[in-house]
Design a protein around this ligand. Structure first.
Ligand SMILES: [Zn+2]
Length: 427
């Protein structure tokens, strides 16, 4: 279906600066246009009066299946969190659980204005099936661990390639996803880098998340995790680095020179006691900065509005500088910077001629946004996600006037509750 969107305030960028303008949008075959429909073109009208029409947010790092463990392992030490709570559940859960938990994640993301997410998962086929059925744009990777991609019994890489072959589409793409430098050997990381170049695929990895990861790496390899990846030829423009909390020496120079992107996860890093990424330093080094929520076991939401506000406030506080991380810098990180990291610059995260119609409609009459003195500020500092009224992805409505169109909420709740009752270990 084509749509004519009328009466809304549209968030545009002019010479890199965000501004709003009242104008009509014409959605043709999943793409945004400012060119009116001609006679004979069939379209449906959508009244956006009282709404801000803006690009959907991009959650650049999460584990969608983890919604099953929301608020399940909080206020405990990191090793209890990982080894006694999260991992036993992950190991015992049947694969189908991940489909329902990932659909729940998609529902939460849609409701809070995220139209695209980058996922690292561990249950074959479930995350791509959920993203496909929800109609959400996603970049998905099967988590990889071990010594060698090709070793007997290492089926994860085979699964990763199978998913790509089965599900790749205009809205679903696949990312090579080695878990971390402490769960993957240098040999495996080199193989992934080679495969990435061969298949022209994006890569993602958790990097320098904790002090332990950094000190262990210094002891084992005599270099920082960033330098290790640099020396292995892993870092390039198609590389997405989640966390990067512990940066040392010339780490940020190497990241900048390689063209790799960093995803900061402020809530997860704070919640797990890992600290704060040096985000201002990253910006000073002209590193492409993006934002992620991480999984719900370590956040505990997938709400990018909360993440954006938190990011700005944390860094203003740390630097004792009210000018640090201004609203537009944060919004850029959640939209255009993400597009750059995903190789979709100009066609994602922006309202412009020919860009993907991934749009969210924000009700400006919600009390949290009123009066609309400064809309860009309100998106970073006031919005809590509940103001998102309608969501369109690739030209299709997935939520309209707060009604979910692609996901059966009651069915998802029933299934997720069933697995939670059966598999979560009660404290
Ligand atoms: Zn993660």
């Amino acid at each position: 279906m084509n749509y004519k969107i009328t009466g809304g305030k549209v968030l545009l960028r002019e010479n890199g600066i965000l501004k709003t303008d009242e104008k009509d949008l014409f959605i043709r075959e999943g793409k945004i246009s400012f060119r009116p429909f001609q006679t004979g073109e069939v379209f449906e009208g959508f009244d956006a009066r009282g709404m801000l029409v803006m690009p959907g947010l991009v959650n650049m790092h999460t584990h969608a299946y983890m919604t099953i463990m929301r608020n399940y392992a909080d206020d405990v030490g990191f090793s209890e969190w990982l080894f006694k709570r999260v991992m036993p559940v992950e190991d015992s859960m049947p694969r189908e659980m991940a489909y329902w938990a990932s659909l729940l994640a998609c529902m939460e993301m849609i409701r809070t204005g995220t139209t695209c997410f980058v996922d690292m998962h561990m249950y074959h086929r479930q995350s791509p099936m959920a993203a496909r059925d929800a109609g959400v744009r996603a970049f998905i990777g099967r988590g990889l661990v071990g010594e060698d991609l090709w070793e007997e019994g290492n089926n994860r890489f085979r699964e990763a390639l199978e998913e790509k072959a089965e599900f790749e589409s205009e809205t679903l793409q696949f990312v090579l996803s080695p878990h971390a430098i402490y769960t993957c050997s240098p040999n495996l990381l080199t193989q992934v880098a080679q495969k990435g170049r061969e298949l022209s695929m994006l890569k993602q990895i958790h990097l320098s998340e904790s002090k332990t990861e950094l000190t262990d790496c210094l002891v084992k390899y005599g270099k920082t995790p960033v330098r290790l990846l640099w020396d292995l030829g892993f870092l390039d423009k198609k590389t997405i680095l989640a966390h990067c909390v512990q940066m040392q020496g010339d780490d940020l120079d190497l990241i900048h020179e390689s063209g790799a992107s960093v995803v900061t996860n402020p809530a997860s890093n704070a919640k797990l006691g890992n600290g704060f990424a040096p985000v201002q330093d990253m910006l000073d080094h002209r590193v492409n900065l993006c934002i992620g929520t991480d999984g719900t076991a370590s956040n505990n939401t997938l709400n990018m509005f909360r993440e954006m506000g938190l990011l700005s406030l944390i860094h203003k506080g740390i630097h004792k500088d009210p000018v640090a991380l201004p609203a537009q810098t944060v919004l850029d990180a959640a939209t255009v910077n993400a597009a750059r990291a995903l190789g979709m610059e100009g066609s994602l995260g922006v309202i412009s001629e020919g860009a993907a119609a991934d749009l969210i409609f924000i009700d400006l009459n919600e009390p949290s946004l009123f009066p609309p003195n400064n809309i860009v500020s309100s998106l970073c500092y006031s919005a809590n996600g509940s103001e998102v009224s309608s969501v369109m992805i690739n030209g299709k409505f997935v939520m309209r006037k707060r009604e979910m169109l692609t996901i059966d909420r009651e069915k998802v709740y029933a299934e997720v509750q069933k697995y939670a009752d059966q598999y979560l270990v009660k404290a």
